[in-house]
Design a protein around this ligand. Structure first.
Ligand code: F6P
Length: 357
């Protein structure tokens, strides 16, 4: 008999359900008896012992379903060692609940913050296996995270829609793409959507270079320009500020996000009409694309295999087209960013895409 605790933590994304289904199907198809404890709303469920007993049937029909059947929440790692409002030690509470339920392991699905806590629990002696979810694709140790390709599809659709209206009106349009502190999503959606300018956090932009690209396009006869802006994009000037000064600047910021600041700068410097579109959380919503369904199922089945083999302390990842096991301590606290010198950036530049640098 294996007793498995499962939870999804952090921002949701597509294919969380597909991944959990993959784990459970693999276990169900083995000779092992299993009990599944589904902790509700992320680590909160484990801290406060809120869980549901689940069977294979609960995971039927969810391959195509977006969101997470377990619910999720953010439990910041920064404050994980601080007592809660009632003085409860959260880490001790998680450990106690794990031992009380006599769990054999925890399967934790999450992104960067989630992995820091998962690694902590593993170091505290719990058996942990993680699966890499996030639309940001910023987890170290895996070439791909599930949710990413589905989000690329949605963000690309948004750019496609903007393309036709921008062309009709002859306008400059900014589409703000999620991705937190990294540029994977805006880079890929921007290229897929034929954006003329892509601004990502890893390549700080110069607003005059952005304007120069718009003007160059106009000289060549193009009536419109599409700019894909990462929500974490940063100007060259701001990139020179210390973290503290940059935070101060953001506190005083009158614009709702960097895209509106860029739009205002272009408008002020050139008098051009600029429109901003923010697809926002749509990018995390809806059903997973076929790639993510297959990918998450593969990761889930490998996690199931690890459980059956009694191998813990790993994230199941994807490297060089292979499903791999990555030690949790290698993943936790490390961000996978876009290398500004990567070949994809060079190729995009050859295609005429400006990064505003
Ligand atoms: O990490 C996933 C993500 O969607 C980021 O792209 C975005 O910055 C963030 O979560 C939004 O978080 P929230 O859902 O808490 O607003």
């Amino acid at each position: 008999m294996k007793r498995i605790g499962m939870l999804t933590s952090g921002g949701d994304c597509q294919a969380l359900n597909a991944a959990m289904r993959g784990v459970v199907k693999t276990l169900d198809n083995s000779k092992e008896d299993v009990e599944i404890y589904g902790f509700l709303d992320g680590y909160k469920g484990l801290i406060y012992s809120k869980f549901q007993m689940l069977t294979g049937r609960d995971f039927a029909g969810i391959l195509t379903k977006g969101g997470t059947i377990l619910g999720t929440s953010r439990t910041p790692f920064k404050t994980i060692n601080d007592p809660d409002e009632n003085g409860l030690n959260k880490v001790e509470a998680m450990k106690q609940n794990y031992y009380k339920l006599q769990l054999d392991c925890l399967v934790i699905l999450g992104g960067n913050g989630t992995h820091k806590t998962a690694n902590l629990l593993s170091q505290e002696g719990l058996n942990v296996i993680t699966l890499p979810k996030t639309i940001d694709n910023d987890l170290w140790g895996t070439d791909m995270t599930f949710g990413f390709q589905s989000a690329v599809n949605i963000a690309t659709d948004a750019i496609d829609c903007i393309h036709t209206t921008a062309a009709s009106h002859g306008r400059v349009f900014i589409v703000e793409i999620m991705g937190h502190k990294v540029g994977w999503l805006p880079l890929n959606a921007g290229m897929a959507g034929g954006a003329d300018i892509i601004l990502i956090p890893e390549i700080p932009y110069d607003i005059d270079k952005v304007i120069a690209k718009i003007e160059e396009r106009e000289k060549r006869g193009s009536r419109f320009t599409i700019i894909a802006v990462a929500e974490g994009a940063i100007s060259k000037e701001d990139a020179k500020l210390s973290k503290k000064d940059y935070r101060k600047k953001l506190e005083k910021q009158v614009h709702p996000s960097v895209s509106y600041e860029i739009a205002a700068d272009i408008q002020k410097k050139t008098g051009r009409e600029v429109r901003v579109t923010v697809p926002g959380h749509m990018q995390r919503g809806g059903s997973p694309c076929p790639y993510d369904r297959v990918f998450a199922s593969r990761l889930g089945s490998e996690a199931g295999k690890l459980i059956l083999d009694g191998q813990y302390g790993f994230m199941v990842g994807y490297k060089n087209r292979e499903i791999v096991r990555v030690p949790l301590e290698d993943v936790a606290g490390r961000l996978k960013t876009v290398d500004p010198d990567a070949t994809i950036i060079q190729e995009a530049k050859l295609l005429g895409i400006s990064f505003g640098d």
